[in-house]
Structures are given as C-alpha cells and as structure tokens.
Design a protein around this ligand. Structure first.
Ligand code: GRF
Length: 190
C-alpha cells in the first residue's frame, strides 16, 4: 500500500478529491497517511472528518525541518494541494521525484513568487489570455519550476471574472490531480 502525505493551507477541496479518488479506486493501492497544514484551515477539518491523521506545523523559517521530522520515513508521495509555504531546497532535493504540486495556471506561465489563488486568475485575465488551466508538476528548489506531469486547459470567455475562472480551473484540477497521483505512484494514466 503506497503512502501519501498531503500538505494543505486552505479549504482542501483538492484533498477532498484525492480522498474520493482513493475510495473510488481511481488511485489504486494507496492511502493518505497524514494531512499536514502550515496554518489553521478547513483542509485539517476535512482530514478529521475522514479520520485521517493531521498535524499543524506553523509556517516560517523552521517549517521544512519540522516537516522532515514528522514525515513517515517510507512515504511514497508528498502532494502539495493548495499549500502556500515554500518547501526548502534541501527537502525538495531529499524527496526529489516524490513531491508534486498542483498549480492553477498553464505553467510555466503565471507561476512563481506571489502567483497563488486569485492572484493567478487576476494576472491571467489582465494579460488578456484566451485560455488558462491547471498544472501538476514535480516540486524542485525553485517555485513552480519542476517537470510538468499533467496539464489541462480551460477556455476563457470575455465574461470571465477571477471567480468564474477559478471555478473552471478547479474543475480541471479535480480531474488531473488524482490522475497525476495514480500515474506517479502506479505508472498508469487513466
Ligand atoms: C487550488 O486552486 C490549487 O491549484 C492552488 O490552491 C488552490 C487550493 O484549493 N494551489 P483547495 O485548498 O484545494 O480547495
């Protein structure tokens, strides 16, 4: 049984999708060992509701070291699902190939420092883009720079606002994150 640890900072809707995907066997032969948050957030409540162990490690300088101390030594995959702290270069190196992140844009466009949540959608609309989407990528020392695993596009219409675009992007996130997890853990693309 492969071991997954999920890191969250927000509502945890992507976490919820991973939990559903495991229950529906869309992701085979795996389970979430622990959910870790860098702040109080609804993602921790979702973990609690599903009887999944959860921990809160306050964000800040010592975060990565404290995270390293609680990660199960045989963890197979660490999933950043709406996680807002930066993983240290050391930790990214130590778990190279075992940490993935979901980002709400078509990386490498609209990634990097400050590009999270509604900031991404505002920048995409301000740039006059006609499409956006979501990307699952490996986490490396840089921000949003690792090798892309899966990406899916959404069309932008003139009526779109950051909120409506966020909703469209969330829908494709919920498709590609479970697929990416299954692909990385089991080498299968559903
Ligand atoms: C998602 O849009 C994800 O792409 C980004 O942060 C958001 C998290 O949403 N990294 P949730 O906490 O999973 O609902």
């Amino acid at each position: 049984m492969k071991k997954i640890v999920v890191l969250v900072s927000g509502s945890g809707s992507n976490l919820e999708r991973i939990i559903e995907s495991l229950a529906a066997n869309e992701i085979q032969n795996a389970q979430i060992e622990m959910v870790i948050a860098d702040r109080d957030c609804y993602g921790l409540t979702r973990a609690q509701n599903h009887g999944i162990a959860q921990q809160r490690i306050p964000r800040g300088k010592a975060f990565s070291q404290r995270l390293a101390a609680v990660l199960p030594p045989d963890v197979d995959l660490i999933v950043l699902a709406g996680f807002l702290s930066i993983i240290s270069a050391d930790l990214a190196q130590q778990y190279a190939g075992k940490i993935i992140n979901i980002h709400p844009s078509l990386l490498p466009k609209f990634g990097g420092k400050g590009m999270w949540g509604h900031h991404v959608h505002e920048a995409v609309l301000a740039a006059g883009e006609t499409e956006s989407g979501a990307t699952v990528h490996y986490v490396t020392a840089g921000i949003d720079e690792g090798e892309i695993i899966l990406q899916q596009k959404v069309k932008i219409t003139p009526e779109d606002t950051p909120e409506t675009l966020a909703q469209k992007v969330h829908q494709v996130e919920y498709q590609i994150l479970p697929q990416a997890i299954n692909q990385v853990l089991n080498g299968t693309q559903k």
